[in-house]
Design a protein around this ligand. Structure first.
Ligand code: HEM
Length: 136
């Protein structure tokens, strides 16, 4: 059977849960991302995962379920660096493609890339430096 036929062609709360669970399972074994997350979330991951279900539900289904301030949270994360966003996005896009068909994956990717760019600007942009940063 063609594996594409098993992919989801719509966004739902259930699909978002599967995506978030599968994505953070990859993050937690990624050599560069895992240490940062494990420092910030040393114990139970479920509250973070539940928050991320709400976040993606707000972004993709406009449910307004997420109430939070991602910029403030990310500003407080020790060790976060611009080049890690590429890695984060690569894992996220890979996971989207595993679960969703091409049009839906592309929708997730477009949103994630825009949010990543705005987080990077908030965290790393300085008026006296070129943008995008050279080292990325
Ligand atoms: C280098 C890339 C990234 C790293 C290392 C990172 C790391 C983290 C960590 C460690 C937390 C937990 C913070 C805590 O609970 O203290 C967090 C929360 C979060 N992240 Fe990221 N993140 C990255 C990129 C992104 C991107 C691209 C998005 C969105 C597309 C995103 C969305 C969020 C949201 C919504 C939260 C929850 C914030 C809250 O508590 O309300 N992150 N991130």
């Amino acid at each position: 059977m063609n594996s594409c036929t098993t992919k989801l062609n719509y966004v739902s709360e259930d699909g978002i849960r599967q995506l978030v669970d599968a994505f953070y399972a990859k993050v937690r074994i990624d050599p560069e991302l895992a240490p940062i997350f494990e420092r910030a979330i040393p114990g139970d991951w479920q509250p973070h995962l539940t928050k991320m279900y709400a976040f993606w539900s707000s972004v993709m289904l406009t449910t307004g379920r997420y109430k939070g301030n991602p910029v403030a949270k990310h500003l407080a994360i020790p060790g976060i660096q611009p080049h890690l966003f590429q890695r984060w996005l690569r894992l996220f896009n890979e996971t989207c493609r595993e679960l969703f068909d091409d049009p839906v994956s592309a929708e997730f990717r477009a949103k994630a890339e825009r949010i990543a760019e705005s987080l990077k600007l908030a965290l790393f942009y300085r008026p006296d430096r070129p943008w995008p940063l050279q080292a990325e």
